[in-house]
Design a protein around this ligand. Structure first.
Ligand code: SF4
Length: 383
């Protein structure tokens, strides 16, 4: 493990986009904010309207609004279906963004590449200037780390996180072999919660797990939970690791109480070992949920993606330890096809398997009083 300190991606993106803050957008548009951990997302505001612009790695095979040397540019108009055509001034705002990108993308560094065979784990300590990302009224998310040592091959955040990293000029290592540790996050969070309306804080929806194997060394997640507890915000913690039990007492003391979730895509540890070998055994995850529940905490499980599993056994093990379950499909099918072939379980790549397994699980879990893919608060937060 190498530990270095580097400036954050935000300073690069600030520099890239500076003209948008300084008048490059046509009236009445203004550059409201941006987010950089899952690709780059910009928000442009005009009275009563908002445009979301997403930048991803340039890829000639994917249709997009515009392509520059480094970026595919996508957009959506908040609150309007994508089928509705752009109005003239919205088009003008998007064209201004593309012009700035074309003029300034040469300022971004080229990224280095780590040899794919390397087993070196690249850990950086990074200092950030923002903690919470707002995702609704009194609803936020936050990532204590970026990157993930659990290295799930189906992780659909991987290419977006890798892209953000490439913009920074940081060495590109295979997913699972790099991790940014936000060493000053709790400090920044403390300042932010003093001025924000208390609400829910999801940790971490994607691109990392808040209980990385190095959490015992850095205690970033714990420090943030302490800040949230003091400010009476409500964490919604999602992890694959029983390390969450290290914070059991703290979590139990929180008011309002947190929601704690465990990702358990299979009930068969041989499947887990074949498909996500760097993660904790399945039994340890069920045990952790049982301990959290015994402590009186509200718990949930995420079964997304569903890997080969026995619906009867899974439902019987989950029902006593969770209130709600979110079940979802596998998005990155080609990434695990080979591992499934070794297991003789390519059948799970079929939509018919997903549908049948979902129905079997839903029926068995609901019969035991578990909410499945609930749309009512607080379970809508799981989506
Ligand atoms: S634990 Fe979550 S964030 Fe980490 S690799 Fe797996 S799916 Fe991705």
């Amino acid at each position: 493990v190498e530990t270095t300190t580097q400036e954050t991606l935000t300073s690069r993106v600030e520099l890239l986009l500076r003209p948008l803050r300084e008048g490059a957008l046509p009236r009445p548009w203004r550059f409201a904010e941006y987010e950089t951990e899952q690709g780059v997302t910009l928000r442009l505001h005009a009275p009563g309207r908002a445009l979301v612009v997403e930048l991803e790695a340039a890829d000639a095979d994917r249709p997009c609004f515009a392509r520059t040397e480094r970026f595919n540019v996508y957009y959506s108009v908040v609150g309007r279906p994508s089928s509705e055509p752009l109005r003239r001034e919205e088009l003008g705002a998007l064209e201004a963004v593309v012009k700035v990108l074309r003029e300034r993308e040469g300022m971004l560094p080229a990224s280095e590449t780590e040899p794919v065979a390397s087993r070196r784990m690249l850990v950086r300590e990074v200092r950030v200037d923002r903690a919470l990302v707002q995702e609704g009224p009194a609803a936020y998310y936050m990532n204590p780390y970026v990157g993930c040592m659990y290295a799930c091959p189906f992780c659909y955040a991987a290419h977006r996180a890798d892209f953000s990293r490439s913009l920074e000029g940081a060495p590109i290592a295979p997913w699972g072999r790099w991790l940014d540790v936000k060493v000053n996050l709790a400090e920044v969070l403390e300042r932010e919660v003093a001025t924000r309306k208390p609400g829910t804080v999801r940790m971490s929806p994607i691109i990392t797990d808040p209980y990385q194997p190095v959490e015992r060394r850095f205690r970033i997640t714990r420090a943030c939970l302490e800040v949230l507890a003091k400010a009476r915000f409500t964490p919604v913690v999602l992890t694959r690791s029983p390390l969450v039990l290290d914070d059991l007492e703290l979590l139990r003391s929180m008011d309002p109480g947190p929601l704690i979730g465990m990702s358990i895509p299979t009930d068969d540890d041989a499947v887990r070992a074949a498909i996500e070998p760097d993660t904790e055994p399945v039994d340890a995850r069920f045990d952790a949920l049982a301990k959290l529940r015994e402590a009186g905490l509200r718990t949930f499980a995420i079964l997304q993606p569903m890997l080969p599993l026995d619906p009867d056994r899974m439902a019987a093990r989950l029902a006593p330890v969770v209130e709600a379950v979110r079940i979802g499909p596998l998005y990155e099918k080609p990434r695990i096809a080979q591992r499934l072939t070794v297991l003789g379980r390519e059948d799970i790549l079929e939509e018919s398997w997903e549908r049948a397994t979902f129905e079997a699980l839903r029926e068995r879990l609901e019969a035991r009083g578990v909410i499945v893919n609930g749309r009512e608060e607080p379970w809508s937060l799981l989506t």
